[in-house]
Design a protein around this ligand. Sequence first.
Ligand code: GLY
Length: 398
Amino acid sequence: MKAFFIALCMSFIGFSSMAKGESMKDVINRSIDQAVVQSKAMVNALSSQKDRLPKSINPQTGELVTSDSRWWCSGFFPGTLWYLYELSNDEQLREAAEEFTARVEREKFTTNNHDVGFMLYCSFGNGLRLTQNKAYEEVLLTGSKSLSTRYNPEIGLIKSWDSNPAKWQFPVIIDNMMNLELLLWASKYSGDSTFYKLSVSHADKTIEHHYRPDYSCYHVVSYDTITGEPHVKQTHQGASDESIWSRGQVWGLYGYSMMYRETGLERYLIMAKNIAALLIHHPNLPEDKIPYWDYLASEIPDEPRDASAGALMASALIELSGYVDKKLKKEYLSIAEQQLRTLASPEYLAKEGTNGNFVLKHSVGSKPHNSEVDVPLTYADYYFMEALLRYKKNVLKN
Ligand code: GLY
């Protein structure tokens, strides 16, 4: 009888741990180990090409596609290396992070687009946070000044692109919310509140003009330079002007969570919570929680997923879970956990030596331009690393 009872208990324990599956700790550690292997191979592949940074792969040949530092994504691989150094304490990764960060330095003088924040804060910003290297401060401050030149005080926003002036007088894309983190660093570092005021103005105007009543947003809003009012609201990378382009929504979610962290202003927390509610409860968010490239793409469920949006959303939700009540915290973490589990599954996590040595498969750059569709993208890896790190620190507390 006793033996039967023990056997029953054992099988119950076995069943419940099977039903639960791999622990989050194991999911995280396995993903980090795999990312270290892939990223070291990427470093080796690019070590002799002194000004190159990874971008994606050619979908036909599988060959690595690289860029120089001018591409908006140049800071993501150095940032991935910094996160991996932080996660592993591996000195080899620190040296690689320093080397690849240096490849982006000249972007501190860039004034012809808004991507300076992405390029410098992911690379030099993380480098400074982890090493306190004084030389990095100058790069970040110079970059902040360059980015600030794109602010128009009459309109109250930073101009994203200089392209297509016949179509857009003063285009601002939702992605631009991400560049404010660099400026908020500059405000704290230099004590010059201009950087802060300009960031708050940009974030407030974006609430006013980019967002619809359901908290979805336009990709591009262009402003009339005489009246300062929007003259065009449309998409560039989404399925249609009124659609819900996934990565754009998540840039907003991440951007307002970050703005709340940096300013403490309640209106940004409210925005982030409302955006999160839309994205989490939308009927077109798949069961495994990795969004289609656009929530309203016409052929759902036969549309590509966007792992970059999934990774970015997981990272943003983990951060936001730290600012809300218990019920929302549980909800946000549950979605982020499902996203991390999915991204760590064989469907998304690349096997060693495959996928051009990127960590994640299945992202979408711009489907309307048939560019970078269902390929690895360097920013998917960056935000995946950030989400793993945030989960480890904030939830597992190690
Ligand atoms: N323009 C940046 C992005 O593709 O999200």
